[in-house]
Design a protein around this ligand. Structure first.
Ligand SMILES: [Zn+2]
Ligand SMILES: [Zn+2]
Length: 399
């Protein structure tokens, strides 16, 4: 019985497990990894081959303790202590590799890794066996020259080239499976996950990636932060210029309600507590409100104590499109040093806040992209950080 070798193998693994890694010099640790990892991959191959054999013999079932049929994945889940999903994947791979005997043998003898084998197994059932079988030698040659990810690309191209319906079916899955889910957290923030089919993902990457590049050497944002900023920029652009569908008869606009006065008592039983709040995200910080008021169309609504509307004036002190064009022509891009976001991606910022009497004169306005505008109002950016050569005499910093 070949399984007679198992006690000896277990003893060897025990010996390996007893190696005191903490005491090993770096060179020995590297040697340990280099020599053990391929053995582990070969063992994976041995397991996979046995699972494939079980699948072939029992037609997908094995006998349980009482001899009743048990689905192979369910048994494997318990036997290998893996998740049901992983067990299913292992059974499918093992079954597929039976159709590629040379590939299965290469995994077992260590020519390629089990991960390479899994990637090549994707070809089974997609390419015709009479094409696939004689190609195993060439496939193995590619596999030995590439890592599993590169091999995955190669396999995808192979399927796309030789089996168009498969590619279509492959694409249909993500099209049916597309989704975007936004979760509103208690603090008003939004967390999202999404999945896009290839063609849509191509559009996303094409727009997002250039916007997510580093500004310059001093840009310390993480890649994730840069992509998040890029996403915000794209949506802010759409809001500024896009022909978005109407929302209640007018173009959609950000809506924040900002009370005119701070409340005088902590709890007023006759009124709801009032604080600045966004329509979707709830309470907003003073910095956020200041940033929004900086480049916003402001509607002023007076209500009396009984919440009746007393008066309404709209578009108070709007920046005109002529003023906006003048500032864009002068500044050409975000004025934060190192940033080159074009005007379409920029707010017009008031150096002296409108609330403090700052005017809409070009001398009081500069272009700032969403990120730098937000940084200014959070006191993380000052005049010294801006490219404003026309501003000969620095003006007092707006609060
Ligand atoms: Zn501003
Ligand atoms: Zn900027």
């Amino acid at each position: 019985m070949p399984v007679d070798v198992l006690p000896a193998l277990a003893a060897d693994v025990d010996a390996l497990a007893a190696v005191p890694v903490i005491a090993l010099p770096v060179a020995s640790l590297m040697a340990l990894v280099e020599q053990t990892a391929p053995l582990a991959a070969r063992l994976d191959g041995v397991v996979s081959r046995a699972v494939g054999e079980l699948q072939a013999r029992g037609g997908g079932v094995v006998p349980d303790q009482d001899g009743a049929p048990l689905p192979l994945p369910a048994w494997l889940r318990d036997a290998a202590k893996v998740s049901g999903r992983e067990a299913g994947r292992q059974v499918r791979t093992s079954q597929a590799l039976r159709e590629l005997p040379a590939v299965a043998a290469a995994v077992v003898d260590g020519t390629i890794t089990a991960e390479h084998g899994r990637v090549l197994a994707r070809l089974v059932g997609r390419l015709q066996p009479h094409v696939l079988l004689p190609s195993q030698g060439a496939l193995l040659e590619v596999a030995t020259r590439t890592d599993p990810e590169q091999l995955g690309h190669y396999v995808r191209h192979l399927i796309a080239t030789w089996c168009e319906p498969e590619l279509e079916a492959d694409e249909k899955d993500p099209i049916d499976g597309r989704f975007l889910q936004l979760t509103h957290k208690d603090n008003g923030r939004v967390r999202g996950i999404f999945e896009l089919p290839n063609a849509d993902a191509e559009v996303l990457q094409t727009v997002l990636e250039p916007l997510a590049r580093r500004d310059d050497g001093a840009d310390t944002r993480t890649a994730g932060q840069r992509r998040a900023d890029a996403l915000t920029d794209v949506f802010a652009l759409a809001l500024r210029h896009g022909d978005l569908p109407n929302a209640g008869g007018s173009r959609p606009s950000l809506t924040y309600v900002v009370p005119a006065e701070a409340p005088s008592v902590l709890v007023d039983p006759d009124r709801l507590p009032s604080c600045p709040a966004g329509a979707w995200t709830g309470p907003a910080t003073p910095a956020t409100v200041a940033q929004l008021l900086c480049d916003a169309r402001i509607d002023v609504l007076h209500v009396d104590a009984a919440h009746r509307v007393v008066s309404l004036s709209t578009g108070t002190g709007d920046i005109t499109s002529a003023q906006r064009r003048a500032v864009a022509t002068r500044d050409r891009c975000c004025t934060a040093k190192g940033c080159s976001r074009p005007p379409a991606f920029c707010d017009v910022h008031h150096l002296r806040a409108r609330a403090n009497g700052g005017s809409n004169d070009a001398a009081n306005l500069v272009l700032l992209c969403c990120r730098h505008h937000s940084m200014w109002h959070r006191q993380q950016l000052t005049l010294q950080d801006l490219r404003v050569p026309w501003l000969r005499v620095p003006q007092p910093r707006a609060p």
